[in-house]
Design a protein around this ligand. Structure first.
Ligand SMILES: NC(=O)c1ccc[n+]([C@@H]2O[C@H](COP(=O)([O-])OP(=O)(O)OC[C@H]3O[C@@H](n4cnc5c(N)ncnc54)[C@H](OP(=O)(O)O)[C@@H]3O)[C@@H](O)[C@H]2O)c1
Length: 330
């Protein structure tokens, strides 16, 4: 594949009913947005050399796909990802790239209009999965899916996904694609041990019925589930207010979630791992074949640890114990 050769063989899952096989752990690339736009309220800019290192250790850990978006720094994340893959000599087609169209204030026609810019930013790596970032377009879901189906017809992409879609919106997207002879491959939603809404709002059960993959974003609750803020609450003051607010990072939430995080740390310690790997593995193992996670990282050491979740297997008892503590902490 490249200089960054895989050092291990890991199991993969099918992305929906598509032909694409993804590792249950991918790499989220919002962190590569370069401090442009709203991203700077969440992440400090990461130098390109470090981005390349993050991508390298992820590949070495077995990760075979990357999630980026037009909205992440208006193309900065896409360019940084492509730059890292190229610097590592990764052959186009040997890894998968999931991209997202930015729908704010736009009609469906802009999916086709902005696609050449996505190709340019990711060049020479193709967009394998193209997703609608949020259900906020000025056009109907049907129209958006019709343009996505055109991209499939033209072999410009291999699968279509949505993100932040409710069960009803997901079903509408799926039906619109079926009319064109395709299927919805994925719905990317927030899903972690402190936010399990998709288990009760119909999204997860519909995903099972339609054979749609759930791509879990913010799977570490933006760091809260790793235990770093519990160990050193002073770290919370160093991160941006938007992220603090997004995660609900307060002294109370740290106390409420402490038993859960301690259980994750205990389960990790038995395997020479940390809370992060267990939090990621729980999402995957609780929903075998249905859920893939895309933790983000601004440090190579975090990306290396997160990829190790690919090798973690939890027992039925461990899954249940964490389940109970998570329900109380939610
Ligand atoms: N579709 C959507 O609307 C949407 C929304 C949000 C995210 N996403 C996607 O999902 C990806 C992941 O979500 P996210 O970035 O919001 O949240 P996340 O993956 O839960 O958290 C990422 C952050 O957690 C910290 N972290 C990661 N691994 C760690 C470890 N092993 N130990 C300690 N700390 C660790 C790092 O914080 P520091 O940087 O402070 O070290 C990292 O930047 C994004 O990159 C993006 O691709 C999509």
């Amino acid at each position: 594949m490249s200089n960054a050769k895989k050092t291990m063989t890991v199991k993969t899952i099918q992305l929906g009913a598509s032909d694409l096989s993804i590792t249950p752990v991918g790499l989220g690339c919002w962190q590569f947005a370069g401090g442009v736009g709203f991203s700077r309220m969440f992440w400090t800019p990461v130098p390109q050399s470090k981005i390349t290192e993050i991508v390298r250790v992820s590949l070495e850990g077995g990760v075979n796909w990357f999630d980026t978006a037009e909205a992440y720094g208006r193309g900065a994340s896409e360019r940084a990802l492509a730059g890292a893959l190229a610097a590592l000599d990764v052959a186009p087609g040997s890894v998968l790239v999931a991209d997202k169209w930015q729908p704010f204030g736009r009609t469906a026609r802009s999916i086709a209009r902005t696609f050449p810019a996505r190709e340019e930013a990711l060049k020479p790596y193709p967009v394998d999965l193209h997703q609608v970032h949020m259900p906020v377009s000025l056009s109907s879901v049907e129209k958006q899916m019709s343009v996505m189906a055109d991209l499939l017809d033209e072999n410009k992409i291999k699968a279509v996904g949505v993100s932040n879609f409710s069960a009803a919106q997901m079903e509408a997207a799926h039906r619109a694609l079926v009319k064109r002879g395709y299927r919805l491959a994925s719905n990317q939603v927030r899903y972690h041990l402190l936010d399990r809404c998709i288990e009760t709002n119909g999204v997860l059960s519909l995903a099972r019925d339609l054979d749609v993959t759930i791509i879990a974003y913010s799977p570490l609750a933006q760091g809260l589930l790793t235990g770093r803020f519990h160990r050193d609450p002073g770290q919370a003051r160093k991160i941006g207010w938007a992220r603090r607010r997004n995660v609900g990072l307060t002294r109370e939430s740290l106390e409420r979630t402490r038993p859960l995080v301690e259980a994750l740390e205990r389960a990790g310690a038995e395997r020479g791992a940390g809370a992060a790997e267990i939090a990621l593995a729980w999402l995957v193992e609780k929903n075998p074949g249905r859920v893939a996670v895309i933790p983000g990282a601004t440090r190579p050491e975090h990306a290396r640890l997160n990829a190790r979740a690919l090798g973690v297997t939890l027992s039925v008892d461990e899954i249940a114990r964490i389940d109970g503590l998570s329900a109380k902490a939610c």
